[in-house]
Design a protein around this ligand. Structure first.
Ligand code: BES
Ligand code: ZN
Ligand code: ZN
Length: 501
């Protein structure tokens, strides 16, 4: 699929479908919509006047130009009364998806861009992201793919200055490709995407972008004392992997690395505390955190910001077997603390505890983990936002801002010390769970026991790894949630650290 900018005039555009971002007014001065209205002899104004299309965010309206223009069909896509980059991204995705259903092969997207260069770049990037996120489909197992991607997508650039927008186009492509890479990982079946296969995919991606890659095997895990990850893996015939990727954007720097930690449970059956059939059905997505981190490293590897970042992914299956770890077992985790197992389905915190201990022992800060960790968080936030648990207000604000920018939204959740008593154990340093209430905060508080003095943020993305009832980017399937937000956080940090000229 070709993705390019075009400086053609609206009147000269030839393609299967012209997708046009439309606000609440068809007559906004010097807008593309007003120009088309004129070319169409006021037809657009009539449609608005009749209330057939209002320009609300996500609304669509197809118009046949009946030889008034060289393009045969125009698709108006609403960007809302107060258009933002997020409504633009959504509109562009919705438009592309409609065009694809109509078998349009050559598509042009036209959205009004601000006169300010910086604003225009950000908006164009969002439009590009939306288009490429929307055109994604996972067709690997369809004998005849149900939907082919378009042959070409062109983005209208009415601005004579090509260079800054060319950069925005490339950034948008990278962001979307990375999220789609994460989606491929989550969509893949667990029988194929084993912990070993996840490590292999990470290795191939790392090579492509010249990231350092190290895979820690079971023997090394034993030497490091990763009792949590090893226990979770015991019931599986697939060996666990611990993936480390490094981007050294400032090799001479003495600053601490940013650590991105992703839960990589490639299938979560619950283990001996087995899940219900319904509860297990989507558990190939329990490596959604790992996918987000790998997606973020894809962007970081491609854009090479001046900052050091290390990605850590504990990978394992959680299965039932005669050798599975059991409720009542007591494990010693990498930082030396012991934990009494209550429910083998709370495996994520064990794998993450070792990864966080590793990050903390290496002296990384901030440490940001992302994990499909608790059903409780999904219940609380309904798959609309992910939970953000943090021990540092500045970090929390930065993560919130990054999520708002990429439309992968978080919401602050509590990690008060009062949660500590809920998982105190009579027999070990702590229990692995803390009862029915406040499960997401209890899990977060358990994770906090392993980060030492680091500044730490935890994103509980349970339920966010698949689209459900969010028709903007896809009906169903993996979302790639978190990849773009994490990368944006890193890029912003790198930008802020730059010595001013
Ligand atoms: N992977 C699940 C959490 C999950 C639930 C992710 C729904 C996505 C959608 C996790 O390992 C789990 O099972 N957590 C348990 C913990 C409990 C046993 C303390 C939960 O939340 O029920
Ligand atoms: Zn589980
Ligand atoms: Zn899990």
């Amino acid at each position: 699929m070709q993705t390019t900018l075009t400086q053609k005039k609206l009147i000269d555009i030839t393609c299967d479908m012209l997708i046009l971002g439309a606000g609440h007014s068809p007559k906004a001065p010097s807008s593309l919509l007003a120009e088309i209205d004129q070319l169409m002899g006021g037809h657009i104004s009539t449609i608005y006047a009749n209330g057939e299309f209002k320009g609300n965010s996500g609304e669509i309206c197809q118009i046949y130009t009946l030889d008034k223009m060289t393009v045969r069909r125009i698709l108006l896509v609403g960007v809302g009364e107060h258009a933002t980059d997020n409504t633009f991204r959504r509109a562009s995705s919705i438009g592309i998806r409609y065009a694809q259903r109509q078998a349009a092969r050559e598509i042009v997207l036209a959205f009004d861009l601000d006169e300010d260069k910086d604003r225009a770049s950000k908006t164009l990037q969002a439009v590009v992201e939306g288009a490429l996120l929307g055109s994604y489909s996972f067709t690997r197992y369809q004998t005849t793919p149900r939907q082919a991607p378009p042959e070409s997508i062109q983005f209208l650039n009415p601005n004579p200055d090509q260079s800054s927008l060319e950069e925005a186009l490339q950034r948008g492509i990278i962001m979307a490709e990375a999220a789609n890479f994460a989606r491929d990982l989550v969509n893949e079946q667990s029988s194929v995407l084993t912990p070993g296969a996840l490590a292999a995919k990470a290795g191939t991606m790392a090579e492509r972008f010249s990231l350092e890659c190290q895979i820690i095997d079971q023997n090394q895990m034993q030497e490091l004392g990763m009792g949590g990850l090893l226990a979770v893996a015991k019931g599986s015939s697939e060996p666990p992997t611990f993936i480390i990727l490094r981007h050294r954007g400032l090799p001479e720097s003495t600053d601490k690395d940013i650590a991105l930690v992703g839960k990589g449970i490639t299938f979560d059956s619950g283990g001996l505390s087995i899940k219900t059939a319904d509860g297990m059905a989507s558990m190939k997505g329990d490596m959604g955190g790992a996918a987000a981190v790998l997606g973020a490293m894809y962007i970081i590897g491609a854009l090479k910001p001046s900052i050091n970042v290390t990605a850590l992914i504990p990978g394992s299956e959680n299965m039932t077997d005669g050798s599975s770890y059991r409720p009542g077992d007591i494990l010693r985790l990498m930082n030396g603390k012991t934990i009494e197992i209550v429910n083998t389905d709370a495996e994520g915190r064990l794998a993450l505890a070792d990864a966080l201990s590793y990050a903390s022992q290496e002296g990384y800060s901030p440490i940001i983990d992302i994990a499909t960790l608790t059903g409780g968080c999904y219940i609380a936030l309904g798959g609309v936002r992910a939970g953000l648990f943090c021990n540092d207000h500045t970090l929390s604000d930065e993560l919130m801002e990054s999520g708002e920018i990429t439309d992968e939204k978080f919401w602050p959740m509590p990690v008060d010390d009062d949660y500590l008593e809920k998982f105190s154990s009579q027999i070990a340093d702590m229990k692995q769970t803390g009862g029915r209430y406040g499960g997401a905060s209890i899990a977060a508080k358990i994770l906090e026991q392993f980060v030492g003095k680091a500044s730490w943020g935890h994103l509980d993305i349970a339920g966010m790894e698949f689209f459900e009832g969010n028709p903007a980017f896809a009906e169903t399937g993996a979302s790639g949630f978190g990849a773009r937000a994490l990368a944006t956080f890193v890029l912003k940090r790198a930008e802020a650290n730059k010595p001013s000229e």
